[in-house]
Ligand binder design. Structure first.
Ligand code: ATP
Ligand code: MG
Length: 252
């Protein structure tokens, strides 16, 4: 049986006393393995939504169910094993590269699979990484890939990816994208993937969640979203992004 997710009337308020909603009334269902690109302007709550789904912060309204069981009925560790969040800014655990790879397995009471770890690092062009090096000393891009490998070792059924290729060079970015797409194809892992790179979303994602106007403004198959967006906000968003890409290519 595939893991299913139901999101009903989900909302999160700003912390300020005004109690304004960052987003609200988010409804969505995932009933089969898929790849979803989460798009939207900066500050629309994309990371916040994924952090709620990853059970790192609570919502202020609404319900999330995994396999028809409400979030409150799940052991938090079990929930996070099924649906794991990979952060926008990779946080290294204390210790070496190897400690980082091992600790996540230890925390989740899983045996550490060294071969799997080596395979993942190789696919992410980190085969020459010194496992005894303090993880804090890695570059931003190395940290980001190590954080991704660390989570992939847990083999979650749903991956919540927060701009995981944002600080990578072109080659490493392509490698990470290939790894994630292959993982979905081969194992049916669902990807919920925040990106500001429309090409990445187009290549990797079957469905788009577009966040704007304090809500999940469009939820559509990728093809439909990119070719015939239904709302003014989505049309403007796509138009502006395209204009910026053209300007960058022309060196403005
Ligand atoms: N813990 C928090 N307390 C208060 N405000 C927060 C908190 N987390 C996020 N916010 C606010 O919520 C808004 C949305 O933040 P979020 O990081 O979810 O946006 P985003 O869509 O992921 O943006 P970006 O594309 O820049 O990463 C921001 O204004 C942010 O300051
Ligand atoms: Mg974000």
């Amino acid at each position: 049986m595939h893991t299913t997710i139901e999101i009903e009337s989900l909302g999160k308020q700003f912390d300020s006393p005004s109690g304004q909603w960052l987003f609200r009334n988010v409804d969505a269902q995932i009933t089969e393995p898929t790849t979803i690109g989460v798009l939207g302007k900066s500050g629309q709550g994309k990371s916040t939504l994924l952090r709620i789904l990853g059970r790192l912060i609570p919502p202020d309204s609404g319900i999330v169910r995994l396999n028809q069981k409400d979030i409150s009925q799940w052991d938090p560790a079990e929930w996070r094993m099924k649906m794991s969040y990979v952060a926008q800014h990779a946080v290294m655990l204390p210790g070496s590269v190897e400690d980082n790879l091992r600790t996540v397995s230890t925390l989740h009471q899983r045996p550490f699979d060294q071969k799997h770890a080596r395979d993942l690092l190789e696919q992410l062009y980190l085969e020459n990484l010194d496992w005894s090096k303090p993880a804090q000393q890695l570059s931003g891009g190395e940290k980001q890939r190590l954080a991704l490998a660390r989570t992939l070792l847990l083999q979650p059924e749903i991956l919540l990816l927060d701009e995981v290729t944002a600080s990578l060079d072109a080659l490493s970015k392509q490698a990470a994208e290939r790894l994630l797409i292959d993982l979905h194809t081969q194992t049916g892992t669902t990807l919920i993937w925040i990106t500001h790179d429309l090409e990445e979303a187009r290549i990797a994602c079957k469905r788009i969640w577009f966040m704007a106007n304090h809500e999940l403004h469009e939820d559509a198959p990728s093809e439909a979203f990119f070719h015939a967006p239904q709302t003014v906000a989505a049309k403007d968003f796509l138009h502006n992004q395209k204009t910026m890409v053209v300007a960058a290519e022309e060196g403005h």
